[in-house]
Design a protein around this ligand. Sequence first.
Ligand code: HEM
Length: 179
Amino acid sequence: MKGIIFTEFLELVETKFGLEMVDKILSQSTLESNGAYTAIGTYNFSEMLQLLQNLNKNTGISIDQLLLVYAEHFFSVLTANYSSLISAYDDPIEMLASIEGHIHVEVRKIYPDAELPTFTVVEKTKNSLIMIYKSSRAMYYFGLGLMNKTFEHFNSEATILLEKIKDDGTEVKFIITKI
Ligand code: HEM
């Protein structure tokens, strides 16, 4: 997993819960990196999982909810750092339908070792989109948060339903309908 995911996460934890919480979750986790992350480095996903699990233990906030809030923050990191990718679009459905064929393709050029999910488009109309998320990391709530912010970015709104295809969340159907 890319370092930018860790550095931005710890920054958000510091903003929301304070530096003591950052120190606490780092010391409660067994980290090969010793918690010294750089944005361009690459680290084991198990480190992110431990940080999330320990933050969940200390705050009582579910991991799904933590990932959702984190993704909503991360979207502003994307608009700040990868604006050219996002400005290629003028519609949220078009942008989301292009994650697999364009956006994450460009991400892979920047970070060849990125661990990306797949989003397969099942059905697309002007105002709706059905996609299947697949990833061993089961970060579908991270996807949901990015989708929420994608609609907000285009001053649009949608209802987004999640249907787990696999119980462990490694395969999830997203049913997106513009309001
Ligand atoms: C992961 C970049 C848009 C869904 C990632 C990662 C990067 C990235 C760097 C981490 C890869 C790693 O740690 O190895 C970008 C950029 C985007 C973009 C630059 C737009 C400019 C989106 C959007 C979605 C999305 C709109 C909406 C669903 C995800 C998910 C992951 C991810 C769910 C977590 C990894 C997983 O589930 O396996 N993306 N992304 N991304 N991205 Fe994107």
